[in-house]
Ligand binder design. Sequence first.
Ligand code: ADP
Ligand code: ASP
Ligand code: MG
Length: 447
Amino acid sequence: MNSPQNDVIVCKFGGTSLADAAQIRKVAAIVRSDARRRFVVVSAPGKRHASDQKITDLLLTCWHLAGQKLDPGEPLRLICERYEEIARELNVPPVAAPLAHVEAELSKLAAGDADTLATRDWMAARGESFMARLLADFLEADCVGAGECIRFDGEGLLDAVSYENLAARMSRPGLYVIPGFYGRDPAGRIKTFPRGGSDITGAVVARAVGAALYENWTDVSGLLMADPRVIANPRPIEEVTYRELRELAYSGASVLHDETIFPAAEAGIPIQIKNTNSPGAPGTRIVAQRAPGEHAVVGIAGRTGFSIITVEKANMNRQIGFGRRMLEVFESHNVSFEHVPSGIDSLSIVASDEQLGGKTAAVVRDLERVLEPDRIETEGDLALIATVGEGMAYRVGVAGRVFEALREAGVNVRMISQGASEISIITGVAAPDYERAVRAIYHAFVT
Ligand code: ADP
Ligand code: ASP
Ligand code: MG
């Protein structure tokens, strides 16, 4: 890893910041306005308006179609048009040859040729790869191949050699553009981070070059206390800790990928969320520790799409190993879980429907066979809401206010969970009550 390069800044720009030539001009102005901004990580072009499609989604559609021997011509045409228009308007060389390469690889996939490069991840990563090329040309910067530097280990986790590779590749002075979202696996194949993972690449680059700051530029002026699609004009958050951000992002505050904080926190690099469309707005700063503010709760985030499976058996508390056997059933179906609320004679497991993926009936059958319970109940259509704040560990009455607000709003609470770290209170409610519940909790803390 590099020694700190006297206060350099890594800036990552998200899809909406790179959606068209006009947005890219804003990006260039931001980069050029501060000589410390020497490392620019890019996403693929995102949506230009609400009904538009992200380039990554179009690429994945092409891959699905070709895989089913269907014609990917239409989405491919939309992708080509987007890049052509951007290149033309910015007056930089087009990415015609790499796009023709994509078309050729898709044809091989459709023909059942096992030799094709066109895996799901290779296709998805083209969006960032082409964007980096275009922006590097426009900024007259050095374009770094993420596939050369960022490596995953056999378990699919980031290999620490990535830090050395990046530092060595970018050791000279100058401006660098790095495509986000992907690297290579030990077999040399392109592999992506999870969706939204360019945020993670930004943090990896920041740690590799020993940056003083990681700026994450998006389309909102920082992290807001609640999802702006649920609460009109939520209060902006000035400062949060890495731990609070991780809880909020994991629970649904999709502004930053929840895994972003690890490389940054390990190296103590602050993250600043900024708005490309309003660069003067202060945004949100994410740091290791913050002064205890006046608010015990920093934010509220949530998602729908969970199920709860509850097993009841008399004298469960005396049966050593009951919990382990229950969790083993989930493990054997490759289902990871979110929470395990328990009672004296009952144990519940909350898992996302994405994880259960239609396997609920099979899981229940195995639970019946392995545990011989008195009763098993499955309830779907659940939403989980996290009320987050480090301060709640030292403050009396936070949980009381959450539940009082939900009671007043007439929302029935299906599940409660508070992690031992006392940084968040999770409530499970019926999905149709989700927005009402978020509003009730928000207004219990923000008047
Ligand atoms: P990018 O393309 O820049 O990576 P994302 O779409 O991934 O941007 O993230 C920004 C979006 O996150 C915002 O437009 C907003 O709709 C959404 N969002 C959800 N929850 C929050 C929150 N609590 N604060 C701010 N934005 C949020
Ligand atoms: N383009 C990728 C996605 O849409 C990665 C990212 O934008 O962070 O998920
Ligand atoms: Mg994002």
